[in-house]
Write a protein that binds this ligand. Structure first.
Ligand code: NAP
Length: 272
């Protein structure tokens, strides 16, 4: 596994997303992923699978230090006391004493960001999280979060794939020394039918899924694709043995479109 470093964190260059993986399927998938070389597992209190993620980690036989576990706090729980309660509840479900990365899942305009950031930093200071960060924070909110944080923020986790230009927020993360985790890195399959993706994939003897993941990695992101089938888990990890040329990167960048965003809802912030 290759690693990315950011503001004191050492993060695996690719990970497994677990949204919608539930029950036995989740535990088995996490276990299989870790046995086949994954080192990063992404979950969240709202995914309702932290228990099974913990089971899968224990079942894998890997040492705790070999696995990078991310979880996220839901926006209803961003007031300081709630944030601490939610963190402890996640740790209890995972059966871990600390997570490697604790993120604010979405900003919540009804709760002062200064209070939330204070509480998040405390979670690092008391040892519940080795690293902290945010998710779905556009540039202005990211700048504000950094300003209010007494601890370095390691990550902003955002939707990022060839259909979505995220250059503004990616540049802001770079300016703050933060890593970018890319969720929905294959646009849930929407990029597979693009002729450009198919041609580049064929030229490298790879799949469009692998090209999408490689594109994110070369653009400086950490993709966290979700897959429940062992063959797809394996396929998604086989992205370290080829390199996209500059013209191929540019062609893929050209697939971005104004309506490329998949994850949006009434509570979402004003995007860049
Ligand atoms: N922070 C946030 O707000 C946020 C929001 C959304 C997601 N996330 C995180 O990001 C993770 C990934 O995003 P996502 O689940 O939205 O989308 P995704 O990873 O882009 O796509 C997942 C879909 O692609 C399929 N797939 C996986 N590998 C494939 C391959 N090699 N070839 C063909 N199809 C393949 C999966 O199939 P199967 O169904 O067969 O497994 C699944 O249906 C989530 O699981 C979650 O951990 C975070």
């Amino acid at each position: 596994m290759e690693y990315v470093t950011a503001n004191g964190a050492t993060i695996p260059a690719i990970g497994l997303g677990t949204w919608e993986l539930k029950g036995r399927v989740c535990a088995r998938t996490v276990e299989q992923a870790l046995r086949s070389g994954y080192k990063l597992i992404d979950t969240a209190e709202v995914y309702d699978n932290e228990r099974e993620v913990g089971e899968g980690i224990r079942g894998s036989g890997l040492k705790r230090a070999e696995v990078f576990v991310t979880t996220k706090i839901w926006p209803d729980h961003l007031a300081p006391r709630e944030l601490e309660r939610a963190t402890k509840a996640s740790l209890a479900r995972l059966r871990l004493s600390e997570v490697d990365l604790l993120l604010i899942h979405w900003p919540n305009p009804r709760i002062p960001l200064s209070e939330t950031m204070g509480a998040l930093c405390k979670m690092k200071q008391v040892g519940f999280a080795r690293n902290i960060g945010v998710s779905n924070f556009p540039v202005a909110l990211l700048d504000e979060a950094v300003k209010h944080a007494s601890e370095p923020l390691a990550v902003n986790q955002i939707e990022w794939h060839p259909h979505l230009d995220q250059s503004k927020v990616v540049e802001a993360c770079r300016r703050h020394g933060m890593a970018v985790t890319a969720f929905s890195p294959m646009a849930r399959g929407a990029v597979f039918s693009e002729q450009v993706m198919r041609e580049i994939a064929a030229a490298h003897g790879k799949s469009p899924a692998q090209v999408s993941l490689r594109y994110i990695m070369q653009a400086g992101g950490i993709p966290i694709p979700r897959a429940a089938r062992l063959d797809l888990l394996t396929e998604n990890l086989a992205v370290f043995d080829f390199v996209l040329r500059d013209d191929e990167m540019a062609a893929i960048r050209g697939l971005a479109r104004p309506n490329g965003r998949i994850v949006n809802w009434s509570g979402a912030p004003k995007w860049d």
